[in-house]
Structure formats: structure tokens, C-alpha cells
Design a protein around this ligand. Sequence first.
Ligand code: ADP
Ligand code: NI
Length: 215
Amino acid sequence: MQNIIEKTIIFVQKELQHNESGHDWFHIERVYNTAVTIAKKEACDLTVVKLAVLLHDIADSKFHNGDESVGPEKAAGFLESLAVDPEIIEHVKKIIENISFKGGNFEKNFHSKELDVVQDADRLDAIGAIGIARAFNYGGYKNRIIYDPAQQPKMNMTKEEYKNSNGTTINHFYEKLLLLKDRMNTETGIQMAQQRHNYMEGFLNEFFDEWKGYL
Ligand code: ADP
Ligand code: NI
């Protein structure tokens, strides 16, 4: 199995070498380390967790006209080429199909402990210090301003408010990042998310105080 993991790492590094920084190899590496930390404390199949993490962003549907089957198919095809047990392949494929946060309109039709672990680790990479760094990196890439005081950031914006917002990076915390802690699956993931969530809240408090010149 170790050999298969190593071959998968080499494949993924190569596939992602030109990816934008939100889903580059280092994202996979961080999620892998986090997933292993969680998996050690939860009863689950570590091989399935590792393979699913490594292959979960192998094809972003944003770059395939929203086609969400490209990634899972590509992952399965690769694992077949290594003659991995078909049951493991099927499980990994299902995890990749079901991992994404799709703003709540996504019906979960598959469940496993391994999916819980991989999804928690992926979500953890969007929050905390790393999450803050990724958010501002994404905002810069999209040429967005960091914050606009004319737009009070808030949770649960209506469709209308969302449409009229100019999508500042601070708003992204309220529309997504601050909501993730309540979407964690595993006990270990919940604890890790709480720490990262507190760090983001501290950051936001400091940010607004500095903006007003209080600090
Ligand atoms: P995921 O990896 O969960 O599918 P995305 O592809 O939407 O998420 O985002 C990748 C990274 O970019 C995440 O860290 C996310 O928080 C960040 N990001 C996505 N949309 C925005 C946005 N509108 N403003 C700031 N950061 C964003
Ligand atoms: Ni990811």
C-alpha cells in the first residue's frame, strides 16, 4: 500500500503543478497531514483517507464547465492503472463526489467515516491562519478589495444583498468561513475547527479595530 500512496503522490504533484494557488499541491499536502491527524483518532481506513485526500482536487469542476464527474473518474482511472482493489477505488470515488461544500443545496447521498475525515480536513484548510491567507490570496487573484465599510458584513445575506455586494474578501468570512465550524463531522475535526474559528474571530476583531483607528 505504501507504494501505491507514493505513486499517487507523484501523480498528483505532477497533475497539480500548474494549478492556481487555492488548489495547488501544498493545499493537498496540508489536507493530507490534517486528515492523518484526525484519522489517527477516529476508527477508519487510513489508506482510503490518504488516497481520497490526494486525489480530491485532481480536476476542479470550475474548469470543466461545472462537470463534477471529471475528477472522480480521473481518480478512479488512475487507481485502476495501479490495480488497486475495486472496493477501495469505489469508496475513494464516492468520497471525491461528495466532499464539496456547495452552499447547502447539495444532497448528501453517500456516507462513510472516511468521507467525514477527508471533508473535515479539507474544510479545516479553509479556516484559521491558513484560511485567512488563502482568502486574501484568492481576493488578490480576483482583484477584489479587502473590505468596504459601506457594506456591513453579515451572516446569511439575502440573494439580493449578495447580488449587490462587491464581494470583498472580508465578506467571504461571513458568507462561508465563519459557518464551517458548525459543519464539521468528527469529534477531532470539531475541536480543531473551534481553535481555528476563534483565531479568525480574533483576527476580524483586530481588523475592524485597526480599520477605525482604535488600535
Ligand atoms: P473549496 O476548496 O472548498 O472547493 P473554493 O474553490 O471555493 O473552495 O476556494 C478555494 C479557496 O479560496 C478557499 O480557501 C476559499 O476560502 C477561497 N475563496 C473562495 N471564494 C472566495 C472569495 N469569494 N473570497 C475570498 N476567498 C475565497
Ligand atoms: Ni481541497
